[in-house]
Write a protein that binds this ligand. Structure first.
Ligand SMILES: O=P(O)(O)O[C@@H]1C[C@H](O)[C@@H](CO)O1
Length: 292
């Protein structure tokens, strides 16, 4: 399952060294933009940007709404690196490739990872356009044995058996709530459990019912592997889901979802998400790794 996809420490290091030779920026924060949320990267000041296709060892992005650029720059005076587009297993990438950038970020000196995604909702109290602060995740592929940490453990990154309890940093979640309150956004901000499925098909009614019973508030096709790898190498993690669609749970429900409608909703709400992430970064203490 892992031999031909195994990536060596030297491979991650080569990509990190190449990036360090191409930019003066030394980011402590990395941001991964979900479907239609690439606008986040556009606000970085003094940008150095690289197409994924020009970065040695980097996978290529194939999904509409994922531009495929790595952008370095300053956000509120803090140095960040932003992925305008991520990798998904349904594109045919191995989980090592899906999570390749996270380990490269670690080698660049990144301490905090901010993940964003587009997701459908199952929770009864949610609405399209809401923002969900991720409290925890259910990693369905991971539970089924599809885990980016499969294979020989690289002790230089982290331990063989990492804990995933408290993976989504509580201080940062509290900080985000305070920011939302101050920005008058509380009425459309939720906190909940993100469930990762493999995709690319959206859920059947029976699957939606199952995931709802398991405790999932929102469902998407990414994020959990990136978070597993980030926690393995001791990064602080914060996650946001933009709620783009309802997931039907009854046979009489005619609501249907497609990627175009997901992109339309995330593009409509991208500015709000961008404001929240900007304020979060603004209030983050990057030196001692705590929220101010
Ligand atoms: O990269 P994310 O998780 O934001 O993308 C979501 C999940 C699928 O890739 C796609 C479905 O529309 O959007």
């Amino acid at each position: 399952m892992y031999s031909k996809d195994q990536i060596s420490h030297e491979d991650y290091q080569k990509t990190a060294d190449w990036l360090l030779s191409q930019t003066q920026h030394r980011p402590k924060i990395a941001i991964i933009c979900g479907s239609g949320l690439g606008l986040l990267a556009d606000v970085l000041q003094c940008q150095d940007s690289f197409k994924y296709s020009e970065i040695p060892g980097f996978p290529h992005s194939t999904v509409q709404g994922h531009a495929g650029r790595l952008v370095f720059g300053e956000l509120k005076g803090k140095t960040c690196v932003c992925m305008q587009g991520r990798f998904h297993i349904y594109e045919g990438h191995s989980l090592s490739k899906v999570t390749f950038p996270v380990r490269v970020f670690k080698l660049l000196g990144v301490e905090t990872l901010i993940v964003t995604n587009a997701a459908g909702y199952l929770a009864d109290s949610y609405h399209c356009g809401d923002i969900m602060i991720i409290r925890d995740h259910i990693n369905i592929p991971g539970l089924a044995g599809l885990n980016p940490l499969n294979g020989p453990n690289d002790e230089k990154f982290g331990p063989r058996f990492p804990s995933m309890s408290g993976a989504y940093d509580k201080d940062l979640r509290n900080l985000a709530f305070d920011i939302c309150k101050n920005m008058g956004m509380s009425q459309f901000v939720q906190e909940g459990v993100y469930c990762m499925v493999g995709g690319p098909n959206f859920e059947s009614i029976a699957e939606a019912r199952l995931l709802h019973r398991l405790g999932a508030d929102a469902v998407g096709m990414s994020t959990a592997p990136e978070v597993v790898v980030a926690k393995h190498c001791d990064m602080r993690v914060f996650g946001l889901s933009l709620i783009t669609n309802k997931i039907a749970r009854s046979y009489g429900d005619s609501s249907a979802v497609n990627h175009q409608s997901v992109l339309e909703m995330s593009e409509k709400r991208a500015a709000v998400l961008q404001e929240l992430v900007t304020e979060l970064v603004n209030h983050m203490d990057v030196n001692n790794n705590t929220a101010m």
